[in-house]
Design a protein around this ligand. Sequence first.
Ligand code: SAH
Length: 265
Amino acid sequence: MEVVDRHQNIFPHPAPAPCKFRVTRLKNIRIVLIGTTHPGNIGAAARAMKNMCLDQLYLVQPKAFPCAEATARASGADDLLARARVCASLDEALAGCRLVVGASARLRSVEWPQFTPRECAGRMTAEARLGPVALVFGRESSGLSNAEMDRCHYLVHIPSNKKYSSLNLSMAVQVLAYELYLAGQAQMDQGPRPQREVVAADVMEGFFQHLEQTMQDIGFSDPRQSDKLLRRLRRLFNRARPDRDELNILRGILSAAQGRKTRRG
Ligand code: SAH
């Protein structure tokens, strides 16, 4: 009797080979949960990740972890929980990351460059071939703060009911992890793509602090009113994704401007 694969016509994507993209890219994709309040959501997120072949879980200041409720909801993905990195700050979780994307239920007043889940997954899996990347999720009650979004190159929003757009945290992880899985499968057979070596998020952070300090030193901005201006400048430089040489030039210019001001002073 002929065996019919009932799934073959409904999946336009390559047949899901069991976690083959794991070896090359998986280790470079971090799922970062900030300030999670309900440990059950951490467990459910771990389960969603393991289903989709992701295993780098970073927890920034979770309210309660480790926790029996998290283990119960992980339901067999407790190995991910055991290996989860608990971080004191977002900086620690993002150290070394070349690309950072923030998942947000809300669209913000200062517009961030925005990805659909599919674009996000394509870009993240492509860049994960070159180094660590992070997908950041906010708190159940209040999501990601603007200061946390400042650390992200892009925002990703899961299209949903405009009047009820906030998914449960672990469900949001599930949707985006599924897209990462499909994108990873689709890219599995591609050879290495030469790309520029961009600087990591923590190095950019040093540059942004230098920029803010210089703007104050030379009297360009009033520190009390510089928040919006800095946010715009962050967006500008994050869009450009400078490499190390370019960043050194920019920092040299900042230092020169500071020195000149000091000499004049
Ligand atoms: N009440 C919060 C939402 C919290 S939901 C707010 O208004 O921002 C917890 C997290 O799940 C969010 O911070 C986000 O990272 C993710 N999330 C929930 N719904 C989402 C959506 N529609 N698109 C992208 N991420 C979403």
